[in-house]
Design a binder for this molecule. Sequence first.
Ligand code: PHE
Length: 454
Amino acid sequence: MKQQRAKFGSKLGVILASAGSAVGLGNVWRFPYEAGNNGGAAFIIIYLISVVLIGMPIIISEFMIGRRSKSNTAGAYKKLAPHTPWKWVGRLGVLTGFLILCYYVVVAGWTLEYVYQSLIDSFHGQDKDFFVNQFATFSQSIFRPILWLVLFMLLTHFIIVRGVEKGIEESSKIMMPLLFILIIVLVGFSVSLPGAQAGIDFLIKPDWGKVTPKVILSAVGQAFFSLSIGMGCLCTYASYFSKETKLGRTAISVGLIDTFIAILAGFLIFPAAFSVGIAPGAGPSLVFVTLPNVFEHAFGGVPVLAYLFSLLFYILLAMAALTSTISIHEVITAYIHEEFHYGRKQAARIVTTTCIVVGTFCSLSLGPWQQYTLFDLDLFSLFDFVTAKILLPVGGVLISIFAGWYLDKKGIFLEEISTGGAIRPWLYKFLIISLRYIAPIAIFLVFLNQFGIF
Ligand code: PHE
């Protein structure tokens, strides 16, 4: 007997689960350090342009492909384009997801360490140097980061085996709104720290002289990473949408929520960093050293507040990471479950175990295995570079070409996007122009340029 395919239960659930996938460490951890490394405001503007011109149309495309095919991402292309090489786009997405999950869960694990440290109140009364050292010692050590990443994978596993509606949807409904409120409150404190203005300027005054092809590729890559596009994640989620779900509106909600939280995270991190003299280009440690400092400074006089804010913030960051790790896990689990006919639980177990092993390598590559590098990058940074700056943009180009050129416009494209009703002509035109020309050509040029070909 064929089992009925899982589905999200409500409209709000659809939006929050998709936004839950999009909002994560990409917004709060990766966005600030990429912006910091790439000169601030100009990077952010290019990022915003990429979200609107390239990101939104690709979200909609993934939604169309997923809902139409009701299939995991590799199966989706097989169904919509049988006997063609398009299935490799889906398979590439699964591989990309796997690589992302393996290093993402390392950072997700770090958030648990910070929950723990907040809980035992070890940040109380400490200064900037303490936080810098504490992060370096912790992230380069052997056992603790591995322990946390294993725990994080198990949490992810637990939700995945509970299924789509009870696991993914319910958890997102609680966590997302809480995160949102807390960040807003914290931004209020951050921008009122002494010396915060320099951080605000860094975010809003672009220095166009600093824009290079590397900066553009970084901004495009960040937009893909943050929106969870280019690897079939939203495609997989959309396979659980009902036929009434409005794809355009859902895409806009997801894009807005994700972008808003990234910008808020910028206003949380940079004023705080500038206020205590931490360099904006500090890299992956940025969030983990600036924030404990904010808590101490902003509430130093009232220790209990510092304690509560720190604890709550890291719990929510961990949750935001969790709603993202489950979305990546789901891509791979659904693929193994549907394409290789393993039971869902067994498929999930395969994914969890493999990611724990490779994730462990990523974690060790920041500490004892630091000397093993490829192209000057340790394994962790290599996975980050290859996925965000190569595989996601390549996946994005292929998806946009598939939706813009290959998909039957009258049948599938229009039917899906209009949910059986009508669509505004300008919107249709914009989508087609972006998918056919803007997205592929822009990404292609940036690539050629970045890798020195043009
Ligand atoms: N968008 C997620 C974040 O910002 C990460 C992610 C990337 C999730 C790709 C799914 C797919 O944290």
